[in-house]
Design a protein. Structure first.
Lengths: 154, 80, 154, 80
């Protein structure tokens, strides 16, 4: 587990990729896109909860290791100000066979997105806004729904 | 004493990142604390979309608190 | 698409990993394990069908691009004599969102394993044998089943 | 003329990697060619687990051949 503001590259953190006994490695790399549903993205600001973040990522990795026959897990998540094309998150899973590596990697990024305490703010040419990821906000189905979305100048 | 933290849009709305708060009383829950904080700040904190953590662990609002706890309130997470 | 005998590392072939417009990259790396179901593995010899291999990998990549909303695909597969921990195959898929990248990467490695003309021979301390990947051989359920498994000295 | 190739265990069993073979006749299929080759080599090529390609494309044994084709026979593939 690493929670850091510094950029990283796949080559730096994974080297050749292989690990003894592992026949399969699956990685997921999430990067900053230069456009969202709403606007061009100049930068992404990621806030996190120091202390809880590390604990939560550790818990998720342990959960994956109990749930799937895997050999090792690496999670790196960045915080701070990130530019388009920069890496945000890397999840790498090593296992003897590919099915477990795919399943565990996908599980980890899914649960990370719903439980690790990170929050993204998109900086666009017309302002900054927090990314929301709640069904009420998205679908507009919840009556009297007011999400704490704060708009501000970039 | 409780140590209370706010993150992301909640922090920005309140203009406060962290604060100490006198421990209310035995049996007090995260939800009770939230009501007191909303009264203190004079505003609804999150329109029903607030999450809470106690000592770095996600908890429901029914979670009871103990003196010395760190309690955090934040919107749904959007990492990854 | 690359079909080569030379080793490669993730860092060399993927660089930073990110590509413009892609928010997600999923990779699968298959490496030589030092043990199989039967024996310790000293090396793996991979034979292929030059000409057909390239054509088949190109066809699979196009199929994936038609089937999933993805932006780019990279496939590298090695042939020749490989030692334990060396990379065999890399599949990398870039897309705007993670679901398509996971689905396409898994699809590609699954179809590659069943249609790309590569054959593996395991070199063990007691001899060499072709890896078989047919249900009849594995389950021993097919009556009169004789798989063309040739044993020879290493 | 057909150009015929064998791979992996099939190649090793026959001791032959590639060979030319006179084009049998119009209407001849991959399966027909296989029967002629088995007669020529005096052995069953693959115990029912043989795959075939015509001009670098997987084909069933019912595939008709044309003069000048490259035809390959091999066991189930095991790459990846």
């Amino acid at each position: 587990m690493r929670v850091q503001s510094e950029p990283f590259t796949l080559g730096e953190v994974l080297g050749a990729g292989s690990r003894p006994q592992a026949g399969a490695m699956v990685t997921f790399l999430g990067t900053v896109r230069d456009v969202s549903e709403h606007a061009d993205i100049l930068a992404l600001e990621i806030e996190h909860y120091p202390g809880m973040t590390e604990r939560e990522l550790e818990r998720l990795a342990q959960q994956a290791e109990q749930r799937f026959p895997i050999l090792d897990v690496l999670i790196i998540h960045r915080f701070g100000r990130l530019s388009p094309e920069e890496p945000i998150v890397l999840v790498a899973v090593w296992s003897a066979h590919r099915a477990a590596a795919f399943d565990a990697c996908r599980y980890l990024i899914d649960v990370l997105k719903s439980s690790a305490p990170f929050w993204k703010k998109e900086i666009t040419p017309t302002g900054a806004h927090w990314v929301t990821d709640c069904p009420g906000c998205r679908a507009g189905t919840q009556t009297g729904h007011v999400h704490p979305d704060v708009l501000e100048e970039p | 004493m409780l140590h209370v933290k706010f993150f992301a849009s909640v922090r920005e709305r309140l203009g406060v990142g962290e604060m100490d708060w006198d421990f209310p009383s035995d049996g007090c829950t995260v939800g009770d604390l939230l009501q007191q904080l909303e009264a203190h700040f004079g505003q609804d904190l999150a329109g029903g979309h607030l999450l809470a953590a106690r000592n770095h662990v996600h908890v429901p609002f029914s979670e009871p608190l103990r003196d010395g706890d760190e309690v955090a309130f934040f919107p749904p997470v959007t990492g990854g």
